[in-house]
Design a binder for this molecule. Sequence first.
Ligand code: UGA
Length: 430
Amino acid sequence: MICVDKREDIVRRINNREATIYEPGLQVLLEQVIDKGKLSATSDLRHAVMNSDVSIIAVGTPFGDGRIDLSYIISCTTEIGEILREKSKYHVVCVKSTVAPTTTDIVVKSILETVSGKKVGEFGLSMNPEFLREGKAVEDFINPDRIVIGASDNKSFNVVNRIYKGYFKAPIIRVNLRTAEMIKYTSNALLATLISYANEIASICEETGGVDAREVLESVTLDKRFNPKVGKHLINPEMVSYLRVGCGFGGSCFPKDVKALISFSAGKGYEPQMLESTMSINETQPVRLVNRLEKTIGDLDDKKIAVLGLAFKPDTDDVRESPALIIIRELLRKKAKVFAVDPIAVNNAAMMLPMDADELVLLTDYKVALQNANAAILVTSWPEFVCIPSYEFVSLMNKPILVDGRRVYDKKTMENAGISYVGVGLEDTG
Ligand code: UGA
């Protein structure tokens, strides 16, 4: 396998067996494949296309100005098309980037045909989405649930199929190009919608009182129509993990993909009401936590608030669209003094936050953040935060209030220790 990147520093680091992103297990895997001579990196796209059977396009597709930005796809496809003009051997161009339905069979196809001077059939076209979670990407790659291959014809399908066949237990699902694109969007939009659904139920339960949304949702997910394995595994609330209450979804995928599907759909003349609600609930959820804190503590002006977690989820240093950023901005707007802490995401967060504000300090040690704080908000359930014992909150903080944005602490234990506890999906009792 030949990896191509325009950035020479990335190419050099990969060839030096250095993983360029934080991802558990990636460093070891990279060392193994490079040592076996199975992977190399280059900035020379021509060399890579000429010496391979498939070009997998995995460039970013950011969302901006109300629609998905295809500029990286377009420039990469154009460069590949120019090389295909000279290449006599059959070659498949496979899109792995998340793109809206019709992108591969209209945009990518027409660029390749125009630039290469060849027709689809002379070269192959495929769309092969990925379903990897950040922080679990290696695990998900090795043990996928399904492999979806969209292909323009049998020949291109067979070439891409050979990459996977025999290596994985998961079913290989053959579909057309736009179905493959739609499967990816539908998958992310469903998971995002489950999260917003859980958070909406949480808000209803908070207003009702005497009912815990977490207990409600755990019970709902035991329905075997929902999860056929329930009978064998008894009670396992993790099974439908996207129905957990929290502070909302973040990351580089869910927000971007739901917004892209909304804008794609609107472009086709259909207003997707459920997806719009998914987004609006998600935007309100972090602000709701700050409002609940304010209700408990009173005016936030000059209060010291510890924010536990900056990454959009544990096991990553990625802060893109993290609920923590919304919470911090809202706290700063309300004139609080914010001490935010994360084991690995501080540098990335510093690039996204107003670091000139005296009221904001980013730290890696939670004990420093909690020192004399009036309240703490748990945003990212890093194990080291989840394990903070009640006595530490009590001894470090000033009349502690704990806002549990992920419902990881035991309310009774915290309250017995003298902490005012505010939990997502539970009414305020303090
Ligand atoms: C997501 C999908 O899960 C992957 O299948 C997909 O391949 C990937 O997007 C992608 O399109 O590339 P990822 O963004 O890495 O993966 O993260 P998730 O673990 O799915 O979590 C996304 C967000 O949802 C996080 O902010 C997480 O805290 C939040 N979440 C998750 C909840 O708020 N509640 C839950 O119950 C589960």
